[in-house]
Write a protein that binds this ligand. Structure first.
Ligand code: OGA
Ligand code: MN
Length: 205
């Protein structure tokens, strides 16, 4: 049996996660995939099918625009060729993380997120207090020609200080969900991303 082709990109992400718990890969998604995903997100927005994001889970779920102001759509397999291509890339990364770091990641959940101008997401951790399945967060950006003076950075609160990532289309940020506090700063233009989580087995505590 031959091993699947090993992509250099997933190797870099695995090394970064093992060494520092996070990874930023600039302009790594295929350009046509980034464009197709951005178009799909905008089309869903225009059709009114993005819903205000909530905070918390289960019965504790609430919509609080003072905490996060993005609008979202959860990806389902088969909803579009672009979404399926993205989910396939993520599954490749999931398998690589399991093989090399023994992470035991079982599945991936992911949503489009559209932040209107001025919207933000306050400092938070991605792992819920009452559900510890989320292990690794992956954010992919879908914004062409992002300029730093447009705001909208993802601010990571690392052990040695803050680090801002620009939401430039085609870039990926991957980090350990339970460990890295982060926030989305407001932007003066619409900001599109795909936010996703590799989950372990387990369940609500
Ligand atoms: C999230 C999140 C970051 C981003 O949805 O939990 O932190 O840059 N998103 O969109
Ligand atoms: Mn988050």
């Amino acid at each position: 049996m031959t091993a699947p082709a090993e992509s250099p990109l997933t190797a870099l992400i695995v090394d970064d996660l093992a060494n520092q718990g996070w990874s930023h890969q600039h302009l790594v998604l295929p350009a046509d995939l980034t464009t197709a995903l951005a178009e799909e997100c905008r089309a869903r927005s225009a059709a009114g099918s993005l819903a205000p994001a909530s905070v918390g889970r289960g019965e504790g779920q609430q919509i609080r625009e003072g905490v996060r102001g993005d609008r979202i759509h959860w990806l389902e397999p088969g909803q579009s060729a672009a979404s399926d291509a993205y989910l396939a890339l993520m599954d490749e990364l999931r398998q690589r993380l399991n093989r090399e770091l023994y992470m035991g990641l079982e599945d991936f959940e992911c949503h489009f997120a559209l932040y209107p101008p001025g919207a933000f997401y306050q400092k938070h951790l991605d792992r819920f207090r009452d559900d510890d399945r989320r292990a690794v967060s992956v954010v992919a950006y879908l914004n062409a020609d992002w300029q730093p003076d447009q705001g909208g950075a993802l601010r990571l609160y690392l052990a040695d200080g803050e680090h801002d990532v620009q939401p430039e289309g085609g870039s990926l940020v991957v980090f350990l969900s339970a460990e890295l506090p982060h926030e989305v700063l407001p932007a003066n233009r619409e900001r599109l991303s795909l936010a996703g989580w590799f989950r372990r087995r387990g369940g609500a505590l």
